[in-house]
Design a protein around this ligand. Sequence first.
Ligand code: RIB
Ligand code: CA
Length: 324
Amino acid sequence: MRKVMIDCDPGIDDTLALLLAIKAPEIEVVAITTVCGNAPVDIGTQNVIKCLERLDRLDIPIYQGAKQPLKQPFISAQDTHGMDGLGETNIQITSNKTSEAQDAATFLAHTFAQKNDVSVIALGPLTNIALALQINPDMGQHMDRFVSMGGTYKSHGNCSPVAEYNYWCDPDAAAFVFDKLGKQIEMVGLDVTREIVLTPTMIEYCCQMDPDTGGFLRDITRFYVDFHWQQERILGCVINDPLPIAYFIDDDLCQGFTSYTAVETQGISRGQTVVDRYDFWQNAANSTIMTDVDARQFFKKFLTVLLNAQKETIETDLEKLQMG
Ligand code: RIB
Ligand code: CA
């Protein structure tokens, strides 16, 4: 089992990503760090606790991180994820689990004080990663892999014409990480995550297959589905964050190219990932930009793990129900 730390801003799709990562047999989630993003960081931490209670995994430590971006005023995405960050479900915490005393950036900086076999999958703004890198400039070289859900190459932005939310929310952190991490950034951006649409048919299928998990998934995505219909006339919801998890487990899932990428930090294109695919600037490549994804393959993995189902059953049903 490969060890991962997940930095996230739960968040509806972050929560689905945590369910996948913690239940997947191929990876071991050794810690979860929270960052301001979809919701204020304390709400994000509460939502991680709700997820760990659901999975009976209160053993996984949580380290709470940044309350606001490095420079920009904090702007959440609670219009999309609900004021509670979990689709206005207002699920109550039942345990006395809390986050650890150490903050996320200090924990991450110390974890990678020397080389180890742990990877980091970042599902939110990169504020914690940037703060940890300021403490420990060698952090990137000491981790195994770094995967980030964020950015976009050719697909339009989701919070400006050109920017994706995670990198728009804290463009200074994103720019710093792309400039200083010193580790290839495997960027799983909107070019591929937009292909991952959880449809009403799939949600109902989950409810039939596993009423408890399906019911939870239906409840937390309802608000998100409504938002997608109102904003983009999509019937369903784009679940961005489970894709980097599935890609980390099976990197054949996505195809892309290596490139030098920089992040704009201000002005009308704040948060834009400027991908120098044709090497105008002659800089060393710092990123792998994902451009293609096998969405059906993703849903096979996602549904098999989430529903504790047989792979063959999911394959047959995906075919028959023409899902994914
Ligand atoms: O732009 C999509 C990303 O921003 C996802 O990670 C979502 O959870 C939000 O953090
Ligand atoms: Ca997220």
